[in-house]
Design a protein around this ligand. Structure first.
Ligand SMILES: [Zn+2]
Length: 383
């Protein structure tokens, strides 16, 4: 569907809020990085690396983490990861102690568990570590230009491109139910954490090293990892809720890196599931996420701001809908006299993004380190 048609749909969808989405487009000629950082942001980060002070320390810390990753061999688990809800003794209901990758001991009755799903919980941590290492190495390449970092990140991403469709499909539930069929994945046990990993680490890492890859390697990562992950999360139409928020973040990030506008449009405009619909049904008039938990509020806010360097996401995150614009100040405007946020449904402590000067690749370093670039103007048509 062409962008004009999509825009028409979105204008109708948003009419209840008297708000119009600006045109959604990707650059005609894709120049990477597309989502991870703008040229201005990368320039600031490179300058920080060469200077001294807190900004240097934060940026240099990522390069050090990349160096540590390069010093060790890459190990790919034989299967995808599993939820840590399974990592406990059946009798004592106590968390297991890891003896090694395939042996897990109850600290009370000393029963040793082995095999699926216990091993797979350990594998989950190993997958996250691999992907985080690839992300750190990709950032180190973008900062230093040293090809060895790009080569390492490529090795991890190509390794997962070889394995993703070979890993058994599974979910967090072990019962044969419709939920198991739609909610699972291959690298991880849920479309939720596959989408979060794609949005936060995998797509940005691909983006940062894309120009250093051969055509064959790009095709392998596209066909073996990015597109299968996108298709897997898209089969799960989660609707209202934080799962779909992360699915949308994954589709924006993955689609933008591939230069495939259809994924970005789907993330924003898909009926009953896209960003526009989520803003209508999931955010209160005061700007709080409907689950009434600060943990979920920041969790979903993180998803909605995970790829602000895409033109489409930029339109949504720095001005966006009136309801979305209320999400960020909401915690500060609802504080108690004690300065604490009121207790919510499942958590009572806000978990905001990392403070300025720190760098976690899971909280998008350019955004937290450099703040919103002044050169960007709010998109037209926003209040
Ligand atoms: Zn036990």
């Amino acid at each position: 569907m062409n962008p004009v048609a999509i825009l028409g749909i979105m204008i109708v969808a948003a009419s209840a809020e008297d708000w119009r989405v600006p045109p959604i487009a990707l650059p005609k000629t894709l120049k990477h990085p597309v989502i991870a950082a703008t040229p201005e942001e990368l320039s600031r980060l490179r300058a920080a690396l060469k200077a001294a002070g807190p900004a240097h320390d934060a940026v240099a810390g990522v390069v050090r983490q990349a160096d540590a990753a390069l010093a060790n061999p890459i190990a790919f688990p034989p299967r995808g990861g599993q939820h840590n809800q399974w990592y406990q003794c059946d009798k004592c209901q106590l968390a297991l102690k890891t003896l090694d990758d395939t042996h897990h001991e109850c600290p009370r009755c000393k029963t040793v568990y082995s095999g699926e799903p216990y091993d797979d919980v350990v594998y989950e941590h190993q997958h996250y570590a691999n992907i985080r290492n690839a992300s750190n190495a990709a950032w180190a390449y973008a900062l230093t230009g040293e090809k060895r970092y790009a080569d390492f990140a490529a090795k991890v991403l190509l390794g997962y491109a070889e394995r993703y469709l070979q890993y058994p499909y599974h979910s967090a539930s072990r019962s044969p139910s419709p939920w198991t069929i739609i909610s699972g994945g291959r690298l991880f046990e849920q479309t939720l954490n596959e989408a979060a990993s794609l949005a936060s680490d995998i797509a940005p890492a691909c983006d940062l090293i894309w120009d250093a890859l051969s055509d064959a390697d790009r095709a392998a990562i596209r066909d073996g990892l990015l597109i299968p992950m996108l298709k897997n999360m898209d089969k799960h139409k989660a609707g209202k809720g934080n799962w779909q928020t992360w699915h949308n973040a994954g589709m924006i990030a993955g689609g933008a890196v591939l230069g495939d506008l259809a994924w970005v449009e789907k993330a924003i405009a898909q009926p009953h599931n896209g960003f526009v619909e989520q803003m209508k049904v999931s955010v209160s008039d005061e700007g709080m996420w409907y689950e009434n938990s600060w943990g979920y509020h920041f969790y979903t806010l993180h998803a909605m701001t995970s790829s602000p360097s895409t033109p489409a996401a930029w339109a949504l995150t720095c001005g966006a809908t009136p309801r979305f614009a209320r999400c960020t100040p909401c915690p500060s405007t609802t504080r108690c006299p004690t300065a604490h946020c009121p207790a919510g449904a499942t958590t009572c402590t806000p978990r905001p993004a990392a403070p300025a000067g720190s760098w976690s690749t899971r909280t998008r370093p350019p955004r937290t380190l450099i703040s919103c670039p002044s050169s960007r103007s709010p998109p037209p048509g926003n209040p």
